[in-house]
Design a protein around this ligand. Structure first.
Ligand code: ADP
Ligand code: MG
Length: 253
């Protein structure tokens, strides 16, 4: 986990006179799950979309797997998987048909059932996207990022709006993607999620990276600065209660 697979240097993005990304630099190592954390409007999606070649930067430099974004964007496109909003999918095609369609776009022969099994949607193979629950839709859209067997997978808030079980199920999926050897960049505003999933996180606020470390390292830094939680921490929280009462397993079907 030591080779750098993404390098971003002094990245700036202006929207008109508004500077959304203010000169950020960071590196992602091969095989990492790297989190971009930050409040709404921090510049997470803008940053990801620039790296994904989907949005023009104002200035700065980006390398992905050694390819320079300005010189070889097509090489970058070949090795990345980008999660799209499921609302954009053809509503009347079955999941298997959609996967074959995407496979065709990437010039790949793939077994749709294999892919659906990976995201735990085998029994929905003949369903249409519009018939899926929120968590299932997210899992399907993550499946479509895997069609070209990417080296790097970009997930932009994959768990926003999901219930606790569906969220946990997605965490397992993200871990499985990494276990297959891919590097994952994920944005979230759920800190529990970042703590469980991410090897390292960059915290972005108003277009600037204000901290970058492992979650443990960040917590240790805060504690060693003398920080203490204002009241004694209970051994469980309300989410634990909810999960305990409603079951750990996937129950959205
Ligand atoms: P995040 O993903 O962290 O919520 P974004 O990257 O989507 O943040 O947005 C960063 C800032 O840039 C926000 O203030 C947003 O309103 C602004 N922004 C994003 N896209 C555009 C655009 N196409 N035109 C103008 N402003 C934009
Ligand atoms: Mg965003």
């Amino acid at each position: 986990m030591s080779e750098t697979i993404i390098k971003v240097k002094n990245l700036v993005k202006n929207y008109g006179s508004f500077q959304a990304v203010k000169g950020i630099s960071f590196e992602v190592k091969e095989g990492e799950i790297f989190g971009l954390l930050g409040p709404n409007g921090a510049g997470k999606s803008t940053t990801l979309e620039i790296i994904e070649t989907l949005r023009e930067k104002t200035s700065g430099e980006v390398w992905v797997n050694g390819f320079n974004l300005d010189k070889e964007p097509d090489e970058i496109k070949k090795i990345i998987g980008v999660q799209l909003q499921t609302s954009g999918y053809y509503p009347n095609l079955k999941l298997t048909e959609l996967i074959l369609l995407f496979g065709g776009l990437y010039n790949r022969t793939i077994d749709p059932m294999n892919l659906l099994e990976m995201v735990n949607l085998k029994d929905k193979a003949n369903a249409k996207v519009k018939e899926l629950s929120g968590g299932q839709k997210q899992r399907f859209s993550i499946a479509t990022t895997m069609i070209n067997d990417p080296k790097i997978v970009f997930l932009d808030e994959p768990t926003t709006g999901l219930d606790p079980q569906a969220r946990r199920n997605l965490w397992e999926l993200v871990k499985n993607i990494r276990a297959k050897g891919a590097t994952v960049i994920i944005t979230t505003h759920y800190m529990d999620e970042a703590e469980v999933l991410c090897d390292r996180v960059a915290i972005i606020d108003a277009g600037r990276i204000i901290a970058m470390e492992s979650p443990d390292g960040l917590i240790d830094n805060l504690v060693s600065s003398g920080f203490e939680r204002p009241k004694e921490v209970k051994k469980a929280n309300l989410e634990d209660v909810f999960i305990n009462l409603t079951g750990h397993s996937l129950r959205e079907e």
